[in-house]
Design a protein around this ligand. Sequence first.
Ligand code: ASP
Length: 431
Amino acid sequence: MALHWQILLAVLLGAAAGLATGPDGLLLGVPLVGAFDFVGTLFLNALKMLIVPLVMSSLIVGVGNVGGAAGLGRLGLKTVAYYLATSLIAILIGLAWVNVAKPGIMDGRPAGEVLGLEADTAEVADSVRDKGTGDLVAVFLRMVPPNIVQAAANGQMLGLIFFSLLFGYFTAQIRDEAGRVLHRFWDGVYRVMMRMTELIMRLAPVGVFGLVAKTLAHAGLAALLPLAGFFFTVLGALALHLFVALPLLLRVIGGVSPLRHFKAMLPALLTAFSTASSSATLPVTLESVEKRAGVSNRTAGFVLPLGATINMDGTALYECVAALFIAQAYGLELSFAQQFTVVITALLTSIGVAGIPSASLVAITIILAAIGLPAEGVGLILAVDRLLDMSRTAVNVFSDSCGAVIIARSEGERQVLAEDPEERMRRLASA
Ligand code: ASP
């Protein structure tokens, strides 16, 4: 059975096992959740172990291969333009959808009353008024890390990316033996990381099973019920972006088959779904985009590590829907200017937040502060956050991969998705 079907099966079996055992299920006296957690965490650790060397090597090699400032500028501009445009499309889909569905109004009343939310909006808002902008600035300050080792140790990807971009650029500028040796060294690191990814992915079915089972054992479906309206509003909007907006871009701008791209990306999508972390999924995303979709290392090595941190369509959409839902739940009509603030803040924070589980929650408190709502409002959505996190992370990763494909095609890469991903893998394996 192909790996992606094994992983899909693992997601389904994991969900069933988690729901069946619940948080206290035992097998021969051993708590099952502990076992799920063990295999899941092992897999997650193995993926995370690759991130720092992978981000550094793929960017250094990628930037080196682009060839000079002009090429880099062009690729950088395309990448940033794609990322901003798709995040904005996602936010607008969310904005329209939440205004129509109004999940924060239940039986004609603000859901806050129904869900038992008690808070003096004006008073709490005052206390967090200045917090929003300060936090946002801090996010961007981290882009230039004072200590690169510390940034790597704390998983501050933006800092690592900035350093690696510069390092890669100047490595290419050194035109004697030293520059060539450095480039080849990082190229070697990159290839070794990809091989390690392949090895770790063989364990993916077991790891994914553990992660999904553990999550669902804790989440249970009963907690979802009061928030079903919000839950399905988010899922609907995410689905629209994933299955309509992005495939349209693939077809119209990229000129490739969206279906084929979905097939190529299945391992990455399922890994993103079960880990809820774009960063942890990055090794798999790189592998799927290069090996299965056929994008060159030059493009993927540059576009994807950037995307894993700064391009989060699902997150941006979610932040917008969540902030508007909370406003509705408090019984607040947001003016056009306030909705505009939400859109801009969602766009900026989705660039700044890390690709780790629940990162959106911090961003949502920043948005709430920006429109004068209490940060406690986030408490309303906690019960459903994890399941939605899994879904939005899959959308985040898929958008990154569409960016890589579209940009590769615009750079004249004709081989991208030119053949079926499975056949391509078989051909590469036998070559
Ligand atoms: N978990 C998301 C990611 O890694 C970020 C978020 O929306 O919380 O892409």
